[in-house]
Design a binder for this molecule. Structure first.
Ligand code: SF4
Ligand code: SF4
Length: 361
């Protein structure tokens, strides 16, 4: 064997080693954060891929997935359901992806014992095991950690000003510099609830990474998948042409731009109008719902009261009004012109297209 071919073989072997991943992986999903369980419900609506396809091994190239989510569990619940979670906490189950749904309360502010939210009981004392107890034991052992929904990512509605639980997002709890066993930060998939495919697409990318056939999913500064949250609602909205023409709705029955009645789309990172909600259908402003910024770290406080015009909205809409008025008028004139057929389309005795073959010798 020549030196070159030996080198090539070594490089190939090393690349294969780099790609070496897991054949099987567990997903431990705890929805006992402060939440409504809406993200679990929403996730079941995904079609590309469907969670059923992932769990049944119908997506080529993924590791075999063992999912433990209480809504989708075939177990009878109770201790039966808790078996894999208890095993993982003892360090007897790996590799696993930890998915947390709901915000994480601050247990430290409770002075006289008690708890905000729990998941199973301590077998020795019979006392409830808090969500915090589980996160403290599972997160450091997890191959990857995913926060699903705005409550788990940034605190959401439960973490708004004046709340009594001191709750927060998972990265606030674990630290923004937290790294899982795969050296990944918390992966945030916000949304109230998550758009179904946004979550499943992120999970699928993560599973390909676990299989050794994809790099880690690229995340932005707020740990969101870049390809999903890199654009604003406004940039993908069906109504954006109305905005550009300064044609604003005065109430919610209008097909026009909703900015004057409370839409925050121009400054909110979310792909829902582009992607739709289920099977490509829906997507807040597309179907008449103002964007209230539910994917954003500052949700809900920064976007309230929900149905008032956004603070910057009056400036931008005032500035665009003269341009919009002129452009609408000009487009109206052009539109009338192009809504006519050419005058030479007739059944008369003469050809009036202006075509004259007689110039040819
Ligand atoms: S409805 Fe909202 S997102 Fe759509 S064009 Fe108007 S301001 Fe932008
Ligand atoms: S369009 Fe706005 S309200 Fe709708 S899901 Fe996206 S961020 Fe939330």
């Amino acid at each position: 064997m020549s030196v070159d071919s030996t080198l090539e073989a070594t490089q190939e072997a090393s690349a294969a080693e780099d790609r070496a991943g897991f054949d099987e992986i567990h997903i431990l999903w705890i929805s006992e954060g402060m939440s409504c369980d809406g993200d679990t419900v929403s996730m079941t609506a995904s079609g590309q891929p469907a969670i059923e396809d992932v769990v049944q091994g119908l997506v080529p190239g993924l590791p075999k997935v063992h999912l433990y989510n209480k809504v989708l569990s075939p177990s009878l619940g109770g201790e039966d359901y808790l078996v894999p979670f208890r095993a993982a906490a003892r360090g007897e189950l790996s590799p696993f992806v930890l998915v947390i749904e709901g915000s994480v309360p601050n247990q430290n502010i409770i002075e006289d014992g008690g708890y905000w939210t729990s998941f199973g009981n301590d077998p020795d004392t019979g006392e409830p095991l808090t969500l915090n107890w589980w996160i403290d034991r599972l997160a450091p052992k997890a191959w990857a950690v995913v926060a699903v929904g705005t409550c788990a990512t940034y605190g959401g509605i439960h973490a708004m000003a004046g709340n009594p639980t001191g709750c927060m997002g998972l990265a606030d709890y674990l630290g923004w510099d937290f790294r899982s066993q795969a050296a990944l930060p918390v992966i945030n998939v916000p949304g109230c609830p998550i758009q179904p495919e946004n979550f499943m697409e992120t999970l699928t990318w993560l599973l390909y990474h676990a299989a050794g056939s994809a790099p880690p999913p690229p995340l932005d500064d707020m740990l969101r998948p870049q390809w999903l949250f890199g654009k604003t609602v406004h940039e993908g909205c069906d109504r954006a042409a109305y905005y550009e023409q300064a044609d604003f709705a005065k109430d919610y029955n209008s097909p026009k731009c909703l900015v004057k009645v409370g839409c925050w789309g121009p400054v909110v990172n979310c792909n829902v109008p582009k992607r739709g909600w289920m099977a490509g259908i829906g997507g807040c402003p597309n179907v008449g719902g103002i964007c209230i910024g539910c994917t954003m770290p500052s949700f809900p406080d920064a976007f309230m009261p929900f149905m008032d015009e956004p603070t910057g909205g009056s400036v931008s809409t005032t500035l665009i009004k003269p341009y919009g008025a002129v452009i609408r008028r000009l487009r109206g004139i052009t539109s009338m012109a192009v809504n006519k057929e050419p005058k030479w389309h007739h059944n008369g005795p003469e050809l009036t297209t202006g075509y004259d073959p007689h110039w040819r010798p």
